[in-house]
Ligand binder design. Structure first.
Ligand SMILES: *Cc1c(COP(=O)(O)O)cnc(C)c1O
Length: 353
């Protein structure tokens, strides 16, 4: 078995909150899990995770899936038929980073709505007039997808009040509501608004265990029992039905017990990074306010481009993600301590020249 080189171990990896490795406690929970064949519905650990997560979000049922992409794409398929349309923010993960899944797998048109504040946030007024006419020439508008926290928007938290307004508008127009809540845990910790308040505003919710919660694998689609039964058939169709997967569900149960409250530390560490970014001439936080664990910033021409900045930081032992020609993302997580984030902040400050 190959282990990471000493050099790699020393790297402070802030590219994503997906780079975490299971902790000793999590690994112990995984190896001790009772398991069975989940395709037969016989894995007690998966069943417990599905029950427990659904209850946490105030929804009836859950479906364990290998990835957040699969959870979102199953949701699109459950709510829509070919020729249908989903409305979502322009830079949503579902639109930008799921390999064209809605079109390829479900024949669904994704119609983008620009965030007026350019941080992923939308209000009910942004949806006004966006339902397609009931006409054979048009798509049938069927679904609204929101994302909390918003990844490309900068880890921003759309407020429950705004979601409530959008949800009322959606119901007036007979549209379903789906939450891409890959990082909804961060929003829960940031706002103190409990999970079930977020969950009850939606028909379906995707939550991920492999981002801030630090498991090696796992997401879940939550919703009413009848929709989740349909989702189970679609998971099989998409190749996501797994067998003795309680070993992975055990990691998720462990994360529910141990890794939610600590997200507050990631948020504090992100502030340490954000302060350093603000001090470098030619770096601009975008958005200007960092709310959770994602720090996005723009680099101007004096720094070359995002790749050049990433290379310079790499030489100082810090990995960041260049995600646009002039856009860099830094993400704090379970596997980076306050001290490491302070070191990374020092490396960023040193780029001031
Ligand atoms: C990471 C992410 C997903 C998808 O997760 P994968 O497990 O990588 O497929 C979905 N939505 C958002 C907002 C994400 O950040």
């Amino acid at each position: 078995m190959s282990s990471p080189s000493i050099r790699e171990r020393q790297m402070i990896d802030l590219r994503s909150d997906t780079v975490t490795r299971p902790t000793p406690g999590m690994l112990a929970a995984m190896t001790a899990a009772p398991v069975g064949d989940d395709v037969y519905g016989e894995d007690p650990t998966v069943n417990e995770l599905e029950r427990r997560t659904a209850a946490l979000f105030g929804l009836e049922a859950g479906l364990f899936v290998p990835s957040g992409t699969m959870a979102n794409q199953i949701a699109v398929r459950v709510h829509c038929r070919p020729q249908d349309e989903a409305l979502l923010e322009t830079t949503s993960h579902i639109r930008l980073w799921e390999a064209g899944g809605a079109a390829a797998l479900s024949g669904v048109t994704l119609t983008p709505i620009d965030s007026p504040t350019r941080d992923g946030r939308l209000g009910a007024s942004d949806f006004a007039g966006r339902v397609s006419p009931d006409d054979m020439h048009s798509v049938r508008t069927r679904l609204v997808c929101l994302e909390v926290t918003h990844n490309r928007g900068g880890g921003t938290v759309l407020s429950p009040d705004a979601i409530g307004d959008i949800s009322r508008w959606a119901r007036q127009h007979n549209l379903a509501m789906h939450l891409d809540g890959a990082r909804v845990w961060n929003a829960i910790v940031k706002t103190g608004v409990p999970a079930d308040v977020w969950g009850r505003m939606f028909d379906t919710v995707n939550v991920c265990f492999s981002k801030g919660l630090g498991t090696p694998v796992g997401s879940m689609l939550l919703g009413p029992r009848d929709l989740i039964a349909q989702a189970r058939r679609i998971r099989k169709l998409f190749g996501g039905a797994m067998r003795q997967v309680g070993f992975l569900a055990a990691a998720c149960l462990y994360a529910l017990d141990h890794h939610i409250e600590r997200l507050a530390e990631d948020h504090e560490n992100a502030q340490v990074i954000a302060k350093a970014v603000e001090e470098v001439p030619g770096f601009t936080l975008a958005p200007r306010t960092v709310e959770t664990n994602l720090v996005w910033f723009e680099v101007d021409a004096r720094h070359g481009n995002a790749k050049a900045v990433a290379e310079r930081l790499k030489a100082k032992g810090v990995l960041v993600a260049p995600l646009g020609a002039h856009v860099v993302r830094v993400v704090t997580h379970l596997d980076v301590s306050r001290e490491q984030c302070q070191k990374a902040a020092g490396a960023i400050r040193a780029l001031a020249g």
